[in-house]
Design a protein around this ligand. Structure first.
Ligand code: CA
Ligand code: CA
Length: 427
């Protein structure tokens, strides 16, 4: 079949197959159905087998110039295994040079493996640009679910990866941007038919989600990986805010502009413009469960934790050399150009992963500016998390200056070891 003979590391931005003798290997170009100049001339999506097992490759070398290239899908449902845009975008420019799947009313493109990848390289002013406009992009087929995996690899290029399709599936979406920086990856569709974890990661580019239902049905967990900026870029529409069931990770969720809003928990209704609102059932968890990170909410005028749970992990702050470990606890960072108005409520849940010492203090909510926070967690001013068989009393300090705070931050501080157990009295 003329398969590549290098290792996966030789072709890091390729689609792979498993070979028993060699392990993971990249697919060779003749193992794809390749879009041709004839497809481009007739504005047709490449002809694929009705079994839906074809991997379709759209090579820039064939289609890239400064024009818009619509590839018309057949009416109805087209099924393939994977979709891969690759090659050198010799003339791509923003505003032109797009590859576009033209809109056929009711058309669905089913990607059985869930894998859609753009791996464009370019030099100078050339930019890899893809506009995915098929009305519905479904991950998995025939009752077999598949996680959607949309990835973008470049070479530090400015470029555009615009996904206008309505995304549908029951195993969530991983949207990974491994480009070196300067590009924008935008998800524009109504993704209310997409269930499961919404996971975003980006090396340097900005990812934005612009539809009020862009984060899914309103109950999807959302994970924003370390170093990633996710722009929540939808204003309240029809009484609904963009809504995540929960928010975790070590990245940044940034207001997309104007009155864009984000709800965490609740039923999707309500919220307020320029505000992050956490409601009943919502969960904010920096990092992941049992893993520390700093999660940032940026540029929102208000953050209202009205309900739900802020989940914080604390680890041993001292290292074995006698110094202090750097990031060994979860922190919610609330920052922006202007002083954010922060209202605290809901519950604070602290998980201990070490034996605390009295006096250990952690700045768990860091608020920029000088505006004091309002309200308190429902736990009031004291919590008693457990480690092993023992509980420890932590005081919750509001508008604190301890642990490096500057007067408007939330600090938890170990006040006491709670002694308990059975006392045997000998007479
Ligand atoms: Ca955590
Ligand atoms: Ca502060």
């Amino acid at each position: 079949m003329g398969r590549n003979t290098g290792t996966y590391n030789s072709y890091p931005n390729a689609l792979l197959y498993y070979d028993a003798a060699n392990g993971l290997m990249p697919l060779a170009t003749n193992e794809y159905v390749n879009a041709t100049a004839g497809d481009v001339a007739s504005a047709s999506f490449p002809a694929v087998s009705p079994d839906g097992n074809d991997n379709v490759r759209i090579p820039y070398a064939t289609i890239s110039d400064t024009s818009l290239h619509p590839l018309q899908l057949p009416a109805g449902d087209t099924a393939i295994n994977s979709l891969f845009f690759d090659g050198n975008a010799t003339n791509g420019v923003i505003g032109g040079g797009y590859v576009q799947f033209d809109v056929t009313a009711g058309a669905t493109l089913t990607v059985k493996s869930g894998v859609v990848m753009l791996s464009g390289t370019a030099s100078g002013a050339s930019q890899p640009c893809v506009k995915l406009t098929v009305p519905t992009l479904r991950f998995g087929a025939g009752g077999t679910g598949a996680e959607g995996v949309i990835s973008y690899f470049g070479n530090g290029n400015v470029g555009r990866w615009d996904i206008y399709s309505k995304l549908v599936g029951d195993r969530g979406l991983t949207l990974h941007d491994g480009n070196g920086g300067g590009a924008t990856l935008s998800v524009y569709g109504d993704n209310s038919g997409l269930a499961g974890l919404m996971s975003f990661s980006s090396a340097a580019d900005v990812i934005q989600v612009t539809h009020v239902n862009g984060l899914g049905s309103g109950t999807n967990p959302v994970y924003v990986a370390n170093g990633t900026t996710l722009r929540a870029a939808a204003s309240i529409s029809g009484g609904h805010s963009q809504t995540a069931g929960s928010l975790a990770g070590g990245g940044t969720v940034r207001r997309g502009g104007g009155s864009c809003s984000l709800n965490i928990g609740g039923d999707g209704t309500g919220g307020a413009g320029d505000t992050v609102t956490m409601s009943s059932g919502g969960r904010l968890a920096p990092g992941d469960t049992n893993q520390p990170a700093w999660l940032t909410i940026r540029d929102f005028g208000s953050v209202a934790l009205n309900g739900g749970t802020l989940a914080i992990d604390l680890f041993e702050p001292r290292n074995t050399w006698g110094g202090m470990n750097p990031v060994v606890y979860d922190r919610l960072v609330i920052t922006g150009a202007s002083a954010p108005a922060v209202t605290l409520g809901g519950l604070l849940s602290v998980a201990l992963h070490y034996i605390p010492q009295v006096g250990d203090a952690f700045r768990i909510v860091d608020v920029s500016g000088a505006t004091l926070t309002a309200g308190q967690f429902g736990n009031d001013v004291s919590i008693t998390p457990k480690y092993g068989d023992r509980r420890y009393r932590f005081t919750v300090l509001y508008n604190s200056s301890e642990a490096g705070g500057d007067g408007n931050d939330v600090v938890v501080k170990c006040a006491a070891i709670i002694l308990s157990g059975t006392t045997l009295v000998l007479r």
